[in-house]
Design a protein. Structure first.
Length: 225
């Protein structure tokens, strides 16, 4: 009789534990979510997956499907660039240097770098409507004049060109108009961006508060010797 009561108690306890386990499992399931609903796993880079290394790749060469470079400042002997973003695709590097199949570079040319084209004392800044303002002192018709020119900025022949649209010499309107043709060439800027690999061609420019944003593109660009 005693064993029967013990057995009944054990069966009841097991049943209670089973019900408790089911209840806990149901609460956990309701209060959680599948792992796949958590932070999404970034999809694979399909462009990189589709790219193929060249079949003639040598044993001492290394191939990259793409490379990205960001730098706050790039300085060369004659120029400075800010906020540089470069993307290269189909990159082969080896003992003879590095060749980039396709290279895109976006960089900001500071205003003071552009102003050097016209000599000391010249100030270049942003103007309204996406234009640039050039202020310099020149000597024209035997007089020293302070010129303020406002003009468009565009890419022409691989150079960054600031072309005056309006010129103010600080005098009467007829005086400014009569001498504008003489001084126009003295406030026109043609700047060739330096410090970047040969083979890059200037495609587009835009005036910003901190300088002129330039976009350059090139193919089969060689880096290094």
């Amino acid at each position: 009789m005693e064993w029967t009561r013990v057995k009944d108690w054990l069966i009841g306890a097991a049943g209670m534990l089973l019900v408790l386990g089911i209840l806990v499992g149901a609460l956990w399931w309701a209060g959680s979510k599948p792992a796949s609903r958590g932070e999404a796993v970034p999809p694979p880079n399909t462009r990189e997956a589709e790219a193929e290394a060249p079949s003639d790749l040598r044993g001492d060469e290394l191939w990259f499907g793409d490379l990205v470079l960001d730098s706050g400042t790039v300085r060369s002997a004659g120029s400075t660039l800010r906020d540089v973003h470069a993307v290269g695709e189909d990159v082969v590097t080896g003992p003879e240097g590095t060749v980039v199949g396709r290279l895109a570079v976006d960089a900001t040319v500071p205003f003071d770098v552009v102003a050097r084209e016209l000599g000391g004392g010249t100030v270049v800044s942003a103007a309204d409507s996406g234009q640039a303002r050039v202020v310099r002192t020149i000597e024209a018709l035997g007089r020293e004049l302070r010129v303020t020119a406002t003009g468009t900025v565009h890419a022409e022949g691989g150079k960054l060109v600031v072309e005056p649209r309006s010129i103010d010499l600080g005098g009467p309107a007829f005086f400014s108009g009569g001498t504008a043709a003489v001084v126009r060439s003295l406030v026109t800027i043609e700047h060739e961006i330096e410090g970047l690999p040969a083979g890059l061609v200037l495609q587009d420019v835009a005036v910003r508060d901190d300088g002129i944003r330039a976009s350059l593109r090139g193919e089969d660009v060689r880096l290094g010797p």
